[in-house]
Design a protein around this ligand. Structure first.
Ligand SMILES: CC(C)=CCC/C(C)=C/CC/C(C)=C/CC/C(C)=C/COP(=O)(O)OP(=O)(O)O
Ligand SMILES: O=P(O)(O)OC[C@@H](O)CO
Ligand SMILES: [Mg+2]
Length: 250
């Protein structure tokens, strides 16, 4: 079995930093060379993990190559972020073993997990049990995952799902506004979930500036995920400012 190396690493990072930065690399968007350089650059500026995935990343061979390629010389963990069973590939350190709890399709709640679990075991990936909650609508994760998006202005609903996740034994909650979302999750929702949920709280979707990142970190997020900002040519220097701000901001 894979043990709890990555979960322990993340907890030890949280002792040093208030909120961690996770960078999402979409294997469909960047080629291997660009992804590999990006992973090393973001490690240098203090990112704590690299997530690899995409809601429409169905090319398992391409994804496996990207994971294998960026792993070379990288110290921070590579965590798979699957949108389907095709997102389970070898050579990563862990996987967000997530259930889209507010999906209308049971496939995304338990069936993809059942189909993917044997490969997780075979590849020796550390499963991080994650309640993946899609907030709002109109994004790829919302559409592909048949989510009934939790309204942005209903933090109590997100908190109730997070508490349910905790009672079900999940140690991670991911509040997802969706990649490239126009609206990010509100600090108020993060605060409300933080009070209800006693585990590792990941927040992502539409975060691209220091002010937003800082407000989400102050509200109690344990990690912020940033993807589109870099895909759209955002600078590593600005990402470093974001990293620094959230790491010291509680
Ligand atoms: C645990 C296993 C094997 C599968 C989980 C399956 C689940 C719950 C999927 C959730 C639904 C879903 C489609 C999630 C997408 C997550 C993801 C990787 C989002 C980031 O990618 P985007 O950037 O939105 O993707 P695109 O670039 O393709 O739009
Ligand atoms: O691409 P962005 O908007 O940074 O979102 C990151 C992640 O939460 C998407 O799954
Ligand atoms: Mg994407």
């Amino acid at each position: 079995m894979a043990g709890d190396k990555v979960e322990s690493f993340l907890k030890s990072e949280l002792k040093k930093k208030n909120t961690l930065l996770f960078v999402l690399i979409d294997s469909e968007v960047s080629n291997l060379e660009a992804s590999s350089k990006l992973a090393k650059d973001v490690e240098k500026i203090g990112a704590s993990a690299i997530l690899v995935g995409g809601s429409s990343a169905t090319d398992q061979i391409e994804m496996a190559q990207v994971v294998k390629g960026i792993k070379k010389g990288l110290k921070i963990p590579i965590i798979l972020f699957p949108g389907n069973v095709t997102g389970v590939v070898p050579d990563a350190d862990a996987i967000l073993f997530s259930s889209l709890m507010n999906s209308e399709n049971p496939y995304f709640i338990t069936q993809a997990q059942a189909l993917g679990a044997p490969s997780v075991l075979k590849f020796g990936l550390e499963p991080l049990p994650t309640a993946y909650l899609v907030i709002g609508d109109g994004t790829s994760a919302w559409f592909v995952g048949s989510a009934r998006g939790i309204p942005f202005e209903k933090p109590k609903i997100a908190a109730a799902y997070s508490l349910a996740a905790q009672f079900l034994g999940m140690r991670f909650v991911y509040l997802e506004a969706g990649s490239g979302a126009k609206t990010h999750v509100t600090p108020e929702m993060v605060k409300t979930v933080r009070h209800a949920f006693n585990g590792f709280l990941i927040v992502g979707g539409g975060i691209k500036d220091v002010k937003t990142a800082e407000s989400l970190a102050k509200a109690g997020a344990d990690a912020l995920v940033i993807g589109t900002f870099l895909e759209k040519g955002g600078s590593i220097k600005k990402l470093e400012e974001i990293a620094k701000a959230i790491q010291r901001s509680k």
